[in-house]
Design a protein around this ligand. Structure first.
Ligand SMILES: NC(=O)c1ccc[n+]([C@@H]2O[C@H](COP(=O)([O-])OP(=O)(O)OC[C@H]3O[C@@H](n4cnc5c(N)ncnc54)[C@H](OP(=O)(O)O)[C@@H]3O)[C@@H](O)[C@H]2O)c1
Length: 318
């Protein structure tokens, strides 16, 4: 098939695009041409790349037509953040594609009532990003179920892989948190360290995208969580990382307001975003309907990233 991947050189596309080429598809990447994939697979030489700025083209009202005129069978969209952006694409592709698969986020849930959270639970998103992604999901599923448009939405957790900084045991991106654990220095966690984060390896996210394509009849009109099999509690995550460095975790705990005052504004903002969501998602729907089988547990995914961050001196353990 001819597959267009919008934003194909990012975390997910790095693994997805080579897989699609190896499976025999023709792949076109749409991006601004500002970055390269994180891993240099040989398959990239067979990928056509077209430079389009999605936001500018959406504003000009030309993006949907540009994609439609490439005559894709399938469109995979990693850069859709508003209903208007989704609507422009759906209307341009009406009756023209077999499948539109859009990347969402587990932030569509806001806070959950019971965990692990299933896709069927009511949406209570908060924050502009989660609210907009939940609106995109509602729009796409409505177009699929009421009007027969072949749309699917996949909701990844915190994407992990070698090449970028990942969510750490204090639920932010500061490498110092890993360094403290590596050196058995005291690390303060907010509250009781019982809030959760839910990672997923980028390769497993890519797997869900191609499996959604391969299981079209189960995927259309549905949304799916794409995470590791189990979320991590911050305290357990910190202990696992310390153990990985052969050290005990030297943890202390502070009420949120006290903890927030002790870290930078940026760290506090990131941590709050993660712990106020405290995601813990079920993947049983994706396992059942898409045959999604993540290769990585959260710990395995994190340790691969840690290796990369140490070898690139983002984390200094000595
Ligand atoms: N990161 C996470 O932990 C996480 C978690 C949950 C959900 N998500 C979702 O994942 C999706 C992002 O996927 P990703 O993490 O694989 O992407 P990413 O690593 O953020 O990469 C972005 C891709 O989009 C391209 N791009 C950026 N701005 C663009 C623009 N204006 N026009 C066209 N292309 C543009 C980039 O290439 P150029 O820069 O060269 O244009 C690159 O190919 C989003 O829908 C996000 O909501 C991410």
């Amino acid at each position: 098939m001819k597959i267009i991947v919008i934003g194909g050189t990012g975390h997910i596309g790095t693994y997805l695009v080579p897989h699609l080429i190896e499976a025999g598809h023709e792949v076109i990447n749409i991006s601004r041409g500002q970055r390269q994939p994180y891993q240099p697979y040989a398959a990239w030489k067979d990928v056509q790349s077209i430079e389009i700025d999605r936001e500018a083209a959406d504003r000009a009202g030309t993006f949907g037509d540009q994609i439609r005129d490439l005559h894709p069978d399938v469109v995979i969209d990693h850069k859709c953040y508003t209903v208007e952006s989704a609507r422009l694409l759906v209307e341009a592709l009406w009756d023209r594609v077999q499948h539109l698969i859009v990347c969402g986020t587990i932030w569509v849930h806001g806070h959950s009532t019971s965990v692990p959270t299933t896709e069927e639970q009511p949406r209570r998103p908060f924050g502009e990003y989660g609210i907009n992604k939940a609106a995109v999901e509602a729009y796409l599923l409505d177009q699929a179920r009421r009007r027969g448009f072949p749309a699917t939405m996949l909701h990844p957790g915190h994407i992990v892989g070698p090449g970028w900084k990942i969510v750490n045991p204090a639920a932010n991106f500061n490498p110092l948190v890993f360094e403290k654990l590596a050196r058995a220095e005291e690390l303060a966690l907010p509250n009781l360290g019982m809030e959760t984060v839910h990672h997923v390896h980028a390769e497993d996210v890519a797997q869900a995208f191609w499996k959604a394509m391969d299981n079209w009849n189960n995927a259309v009109g549905e949304s799916f969580h794409v995470t590791s099999p189990a979320a991590l509690m911050l305290r357990g995550y910190a202990e696992a990382v310390a153990a990985w460095f052969g050290k005990p975790a030297n943890l202390c705990f502070m009420p949120w307001e006290q903890w927030r005052a002790a870290v930078s504004e940026e760290d506090a903002e990131r941590t709050w975003d993660h712990i106020s969501h405290s995601p813990n998602c079920s993947i049983s729907k994706a396992q059942r309907l898409l045959h999604y089988q993540p290769r990585y547990t959260s710990q395995q995914a994190v340790f691969e990233s840690l290796d990369w961050m140490i070898s690139h001196e983002i984390i200094k353990t000595a």
